[in-house]
Design a binder for this molecule. Sequence first.
Ligand code: MOS
Length: 758
Amino acid sequence: MSDFAPIVAPARQPQRASIGQPLKRREGVAKVTGSAVYAADNHPPGMLYAVMAVSTIANGRVSGLDVAAAKAHPGVVEVMTPANRPPLAKDPDDRDNPFMFRLDVLQNDRVRYANQPIAVVVAETFEAATEGAALLAPTYEAEPPQLDMNADAAAFVPDSVGPGAPTQAVVGDVEAGLAEASQRLDATYETPDQYHNPMEPHAIVAAWDGDRLVIDSPSQAMTIARGRLAGLFGIAADDIFIRSPFLGGGFGCKGAMMSPQVLGALAARLVNRPVKLVPTRAQMYGPLGHRGATRQTLRLGLDDAGRLTALSHHARTTSSVFDEFFEPAANISHTLYASPAISTSHDAVRVHTGTPMFMRGPGEASGSVALESAIDEAAHACGMDPLAFRLANYAEQEPISGKPFSSKRLYDCYAQAAERFGWAKRVLAPRSMRDENGLCVGWGLGTATFPVVMFEAEARAIIRADGTGVVETGAQDMGQGAWTALAQIAADSLALELDRTVFNAGASDLPDAGVAGGSGHTATVGNAIDAAGRDAIARLIDMAVDDADSPLHGVPAEQVVARWGRLQAGDDAARSESYADVLRRAGMAEVEGHGRGRADADVAERYAMHAHGAVFAEVKVDPDLGQIRVTRLVGAFAAGRVINPRMVESQFFGAMIWGLGFALHEKAETDPRSGRIMNADLAEYRVPVNADVAGIEALVIEEHDPHVNVLGIKGVGEIGVTGTVGAIANAVWHATGRRVRRFPIGIADMLDDDAATG
Ligand code: MOS
């Protein structure tokens, strides 16, 4: 690993020509014409179809399965149950790290949540497998499920929340701050279970060749997936080949290998033929992760000038009865508003659901809903405009740590979005604006923030004898535009035109691209690519300046610049030659560079690193019918260097629309008796459709951050959710005077007098 280029900034300023261009998706035509290959599109010769049978109870055990009936069905080849499931080298209930999830892969007859896999039917056709699964007619010994997160007696403090964050943090004396406050707010907010619902399910096509496994399956983290499968099957990671070029959405739930994918590989092993397993939409509500419900209590103290004297944020969350992921909802309060005293804490209740996991803005999304609502309530209590109130509590350094921010242009986000929105015309009192049709108009604001996250990634960059380049890394494109943005970085890293740079990604035999998650993919992989390209060029420069036949012979290497496929002595265009000439004279086919992207621990020690933004929302509420419409959303975001403004705007739009769904639509409805989810389909699990998004704008605020990483990239994938939900909730309050603290906000909240709590 010693041949990796250092991650410190280079002396030579590299060419930045593709970076910053609003290019269209390179794979866009392939996707809209159907030629892009997704996992379930693969049909290796001899492939069989697997269909899961899933539990209809949430707690208990399976007492009977009519395997004979299923096996007798024409076309059924095999039925996999705990009785004949191939052995695993590792207990699927073991877990070594916070990025690993416990699995339900037919290890026994226990049922721990509804929709848990209880058998897999393998058949010659999908229809036969589906019919065979229906013939299993399971019987159960059911026990009452524990589903109530308000069961205080069952609450406990987990060891950690999210991917291993501490459950508690304190700075200053919160009780003293509350005692001295002239205004106090104490409010509890609730968010529901939500499911990721990517368009593409966790499909898998698995094929064994002896102890080698080839799989096509969507993954946000191929190397982690490979390691997980290697551990379970007791084979070497190098003997597993994963292809994951395109994902039909991920949002966190494809960050780990989940039970249905492992079952697909197990079924293929059992029948010794390739197998395809595609969960149904309904089967995605259980074994494939979700955002657990939260109940969050905020206590705020305020002085006469509307400044916080104390901020306490306690989050109750849920997890499954068998695993450890807890939504870290309170941690958002570490960062956003200045307060001399802050305390955050979490507790949790185990319920009979599938295990919650990372879901777009895990922690920040649900936490900001409560914090931004509470801040708005506090502004009202102080008689202040919500923007003026936020500016009065602007954090000049990170409140919980006292560290300076590596960069923070939140002020500019507020200012530019407010200007664009027309915030100055807002009437302070709620329920005081009406449109020409008599609808109640409300304007609300939410602050957005998300931490700078980097995983670890590697890349390889090659300059070929014909002067073209190849850049390779195992990066996944889950629809966010990584294939385009990373290719732009690749071209610039080699100082080549984009069409002279081949960018290869999407398979596990390429250098490890880490995790497409935490909004950190472009930062991590982009910096690996940048370092690899610069490493390749540095090798080429060394060859040129050492070569007596080169016009660059004897020029100090640090004075040579690379530009459009040529090396040149500083500004002296007369002293230059092409990459191709250097390689041809040396008789070499190519020169190869390597690079790595990862967080710099020293920088993280010194700086608080976050992206910021502000979202303004206009809603209109029908005073008679209670219908809520979001008529305008204007966001402004400062997230470091922007690689592709078109892709970045699209990320902000997607996350803001997600925020709209969080505020007004999304909720998994669980039957309190059976534990089954009653709206496990895209008809009744509501997400926004086009008609729900009337007007949306996202302003990109230019931000130069010299600390976060060489390229200065923060991350854009998740932040848009965090400001939008609060902005809409606050706009609903401003329109109606109704402060709804239970999400999603619905028509009933607008009509039921008991719901008017503000
Ligand atoms: Mo994201 S929830 O880290 O895919």
